[in-house]
Design a protein around this ligand. Structure first.
Ligand code: WA2
Length: 269
């Protein structure tokens, strides 16, 4: 009898964990697919038109109207690739200086910059900041433009909100590249970067709270890209793997990163 109850309990934990993992994965993928679709919009109406048919106002309106398509993202923005030789012209055209992300001071001379030129209202504070001046954003930009695929950062504290989250980046190219384009081809054709923040601390929290059984289950999400150093992405207490822990694999669509969800029943802690 006891054995049977334990079996039922474990089965229940497994079902609740898998349900949460699949829900989270679906909402992540939906959000990322929509950012990918936005890159096509920018290629067509920003880069493909002289003069551009998209400015800050249009971008802000469109991204606000489609925010429901990106349920786990707090906002999206577009940063332009600016080479040092074009900096002066870029700054005089926009009427502002490219700024360093943290000090908000004029960025010092670099080979290239990635200043945000258009943003959803919720992340308007990114405007004019050089996204290459933050380590996580910079690594993501470089990986995204060399691969042509979406890239995810480590979990880190986002600007302004200071919530724990991860940033997603897609490169926008000025020409249609063949599937087998080299890294160098890709870098040369890069016009800018479209990306946004998954505010994990707030939006994943909301999602999980709404699911049945949230009172009895404790959920943590980890970035386990480096298996010897799992990074907490979501969750309050550290869930060490034990016999009471159920682990669901997560695939957020970036093959260079690995994530997992660890669940246990609160009564077992
Ligand atoms: N978006 C929102 N909050 C952030 C952040 C970010 N990056 N970085 C730190 N806090 C414009 O890769 C291009 C968005 C980055 C895209």
């Amino acid at each position: 009898m006891k054995k049977e109850m334990l079996h039922k309990k474990n089965e229940n934990l497994a079902n609740m964990c898998e349900g949460r993992a699949r829900m989270l994965e679906d909402q992540f993928k939906a959000s990322m697919n929509h950012v990918r679709a936005l890159t096509a919009l920018l290629t067509t109406f920003h880069l493909g038109k002289q003069p551009s048919a998209i400015n800050q106002e249009t971008f802000a309106t469109y991204t606000e109207r489609t925010a429901f398509e990106r349920p786990l993202m707090s906002g999206v923005a577009y940063a332009e690739r600016v080479l040092h030789g074009n900096r002066a012209l870029f700054e005089s055209t926009h009427g502002w200086h490219i700024k360093e992300m943290f000090s908000k001071k004029r960025q010092q001379d670099m080979d290239e910059y990635a200043p945000t030129t258009m943003s959803q209202k919720t992340v308007f504070y990114l405007t004019s900041l050089d996204m290459m001046s933050g380590q996580e954003d910079r690594e993501n930009i470089i990986r995204a433009r060399e691969s042509g695929k979406g890239a995810l950062t480590n979990p880190f504290r986002l600007l302004e909100s200071k919530h724990l989250g991860i940033v997603f980046t897609f490169a926008v190219y000025s020409i249609d590249l063949p599937e087998d384009a080299t890294k160098e081809d890709r870098i040369k054709a890069t016009a800018g970067y479209l990306g946004g923040a998954f505010d994990v601390e707030t939006l994943v929290e909301n999602l999980l709270r709404q699911m049945a059984g949230s009172q009895i289950i404790a959920v943590n999400v980890y970035d386990i890209t480096n298996v010897t150093m799992p990074l907490v992405m979501y969750g309050h207490t550290n869930v060490e793997k034990s016999e009471n822990t159920y682990v669901s694999e997560l695939d957020f669509g970036d093959p260079d990163r690995k994530h997992e969800m660890r669940c246990r029943l609160k009564e077992d802690q």
